[in-house]
Design a protein around this ligand. Structure first.
Ligand SMILES: [Zn+2]
Length: 379
């Protein structure tokens, strides 16, 4: 098989920003993930390149976002004093305003745009922006640690070029902002697998959110109950996401690969491990579509490091061993992180919880087969 040509967008330039020491979103996540990749030898592979990026342009930002919201965000970003405007979701615990917040968000969106551009214009097979996947940013409102919706901005650029796009979101949270961006079009198929919004942020992402007008049938939501484990997650992917992606047959697939689905994540209650995560990455790679991955959530930094090393290794067709390299073990020990190794055994949740989650996933699959499949899967 010919070797893949792959690009990793340089995320080290995000080290100068901070959401605050107590915020669950720690930018150290990018650095640690990159250090684990480096320790595994994944930053010096034949066929790969590390590319820098520029902040996304105002024109691109305004392809999705409201100009008044962007004006406010820029004004706050340059202020020396803490500012807040709750109409725009700015300045609360989730979306703090810090100096340079706009530059940080614009750089993240620029990194996603560059990943997409490299695949579309420079013939890369795959590209990965760890510092992307800000899927909760709305047109005129920051939410869930997200200020600019990098995926929507980049996909708008693709849509303008006539590309048909699949956006697959496997973060533990519903990809609400991206769904909103393409709710009325059939040119983008959005699929989100996430913990059910009944008691969980952002409170959306139910099976009946299927799109409107021309977009009806092109928004797919698979809400999962707490304690959904590896086997149930793979079932959901195999029976909904995979056949829909294959049938839609897009020009490019954009995936948000948050690792907050993992069972040790402090903010969520799904029970996924590297077992099903690797399974999904391999199946995506096997589609042989131009593929861009965006980091997303994950609040256990060993999980984001492990998960994103797996994404990058699969993109490059490299098999990784279980043991962390010695240099990485030395690095994480003083930080207090456990040396868990890369591969988790397949995990089953407790029987009572599991039965509830199984019933729920089977009912959801059935509903999606009734509402979505007739639109996307035509014989
Ligand atoms: Zn999340």
């Amino acid at each position: 098989m010919p070797r893949s040509k792959t690009a990793l967008i340089n995320s080290l330039q995000f080290g100068r920003f901070s959401y605050g020491d107590d915020h669950p979103f720690q930018l150290l996540r990018y650095q640690l993930a990159r250090e684990l990749m480096d320790a595994f030898g994944l930053l010096a592979l034949p066929g790969m390149e590390i590319r820098d990026c520029a902040p996304v342009s105002d024109q691109q930002v305004l392809s999705y976002h409201d100009p008044d919201y962007i004006g406010r965000l820029k004004e706050f970003s340059s202020s020396q004093y803490p500012r807040a405007d709750f109409r725009y979701g700015l300045g609360d615990a989730d979306c703090p305003v810090f100096q340079g917040v706009y530059e940080c968000a614009a750089l993240g969106a620029g990194a996603t745009f560059e990943a997409v551009r490299l695949v579309v214009e420079e013939g890369f097979d795959c590209a990965f922006n760890l510092a992307g996947g800000w899927h909760h940013a709305h047109r005129a409102k920051a939410a869930g640690f997200s200020y600019l919706n990098d995926a929507v901005i980049a996909i708008n650029w693709l849509v303008q070029r006539g590309k048909r796009v699949v956006y697959l979101d496997i973060d533990a949270h519903h990809g609400d902002g991206v769904q909103e961006g393409f709710y009325d079009t059939d040119q983008v198929l959005t699929i989100s697998l996430h913990e059910s919004g009944i008691y969980f942020f952002p409170g959306t992402g139910f099976e009946n959110e299927i799109g409107v007008g021309k977009g009806k049938g092109y928004s797919v939501n698979l809400p999962l109950l707490a304690h959904t484990d590896d086997a149930l997650y793979m079932k959901a992917f195999d029976e909904v996401a995979y056949p829909l992606i294959a049938a839609y047959d897009p020009d490019i697939i954009i995936t948000q690969v948050g690792a907050d689905t993992f069972r040790t994540d402090p903010l969520t209650r799904l029970e996924i491990t590297t077992h099903s995560y690797r399974y999904i990455m391999r199946k995506l790679k096997a589609l042989k579509l131009p593929w861009v991955a965006l980091g997303g959530g994950g609040y256990d930094l060993m999980n984001t490091s492990r998960a994103w090393s797996i994404v990058w290794s699969v993109m490059n067709g490299v098999e990784l061993p279980h043991q962390f390299p010695e240099s990485f073990v030395k690095r994480i020990k003083p930080l207090g992180y456990p040396n868990r190794g890369l591969w988790d055994a397949m995990h089953w949740s407790q029987e009572y919880d599991r039965n509830l989650a199984l019933d729920a996933v089977e009912a959801s699959i059935q509903r999606i087969r009734t509402t979505i499949f007739p639109v996307i899967i035509t014989h």
